[in-house]
Design a protein around this ligand. Structure first.
Ligand code: F6R
Length: 240
C-alpha cells in the first residue's frame, strides 16, 4: 500500500486527479470505479479542467459508481446519479450510456444488486476510487460487513445518516437504506485510490492503516489488495 501525505485538500485533489489523468492518457478506454461525497469534488474539478484543455478525453472511458440511496431516482438532487451528472459527467465528453450507477429504485432490489454484480464481473475496472467514512466505511459498507460481500442493500448506520444530513433539507429526509458494491467488488478492481481529508477522518485513516485487518474497520480490507494508493492530507494523517 502506498500512502501519499499532502499538505491540504487542494494538493490532495491535484495529486489524486493526476493519478487518474495519467491512467486515462495511457489507456483511453479505461474503466473507472467512481465515488460520490465531498472528498472527490476537487479531484473531479481537475478532471474537468484536463478535458477542457484537451489533455485527456473520456469519450471511450466507462465508469461504474460505488453506490446509490434506496428510494431516490436519478432526478432527485440528492441521488448519487444526479451528483455524478452534475459534478462530472455533464461537464466532460463521456458518453452517458457508458456511465453506471447502481439503481436505488425499483420493486426488486435483489435483482438490481444481481445485475450490478454481473456488470462488475463482466467489465473489469482499472481503478476504483474511494472516499473514507469517519467510521471506516468504504462505499456504504459499514463496520461489520463481511469482506466477501458483493453488491447488496444496506441499512445505513445513524452516524452515516447524520454525516450525510448536511446535504438534505432535514435529517429525516436522509434515506435509511442504500445499494452498495460490496467489499469483494471493491477489492476486485485492478487498482484502488482512496482519498481522505480533514481531522474528522484521522481516526479512520489510522484504523485503516494500523489496526488489525478486520470487519470492524471495512477500509482495513484494502491492505489485502496489492495495488492501493492512499492520498491523504496532513489533517487526515494527524493520528498516524
Ligand atoms: C460515496 C461513498 C462513501 C463516501 C464516504 C466519505 O460514494 O461511498 O463511502 O466516500 O462516506 O464521504 P465524504 O467524502 O463526503 O466525506
Amino acid at each position: 500500500m502506498k500512502v501519499i501525505i499532502v499538505k491540504n485538500y487542494e494538493e490532495l485533489s491535484r495529486k489524486s486527479a493526476d493519478l487518474i489523468i495519467e491512467l486515462v492518457k495511457n489507456k483511453p478506454d479505461a474503466v473507472l470505479g467512481l465515488a460520490t461525497g465531498s472528498t472527490p469534488l476537487g479531484l473531479y474539478k481537475n478532471l474537468i479542467a484536463a478535458v477542457n484543455t484537451g489533455e485527456i478525453s473520456f469519450k471511450d472511458v466507462k465508469t461504474l459508481n460505488l453506490d446509490e440511496y434506496v428510494g431516490l431516482d436519478g432526478t432527485h438532487n440528492q441521488s448519487y446519479r444526479y451528483f455524478m451528472n452534475e459534478n462530472l459527467f455533464n461537464s466532460i465528453d463521456i458518453n452517458i450510456d457508458n456511465t453506471f450507477v447502481p439503481g436505488g429504485c425499483g420493486d426488486n432490489l435483489e435483482e438490481i444488486c444481481a445485475n450490478y454484480n454481473f456488470l462488475l464481473d463482466t467489465v473489469s475496472r482499472d481503478v476504483q476510487l474511494l472516499g473514507l467514512g469517519g467510521n471506516g466505511h468504504i462505499g456504504f459498507n459499514e463496520p461489520g460487513t463481511p469482506f466477501s460481500s458483493t453488491t447488496h442493500v444496506v441499512t445505513l448506520k445513524p452516524e452515516t445518516r447524520k454525516a450525510n444530513a448536511r446535504f438534505f433539507n432535514s435529517p429525516d429526509e436522509v434515506p435509511t437504506e442504500a445499494v452498495t458494491m460490496g467489499i469483494k467488488n471493491v477489492l476486485d478492481a485492478k487498482s484502488i485510490i482512496l482519498v481522505a481529508s480533514g481531522t474528522e477522518k484521522a481516526n479512520a485513516v489510522n484504523a485503516m492503516l494500523n489496526d488489525e485487518i478486520s470487519e470492524t474497520c471495512p477500509a482495513s480490507a484494502l491492505r489485502l489488495h496489492p495495488d492501493v494508493t492512499v492520498v491523504i492530507d496532513e489533517a487526515a494523517a494527524s493520528k498516524l
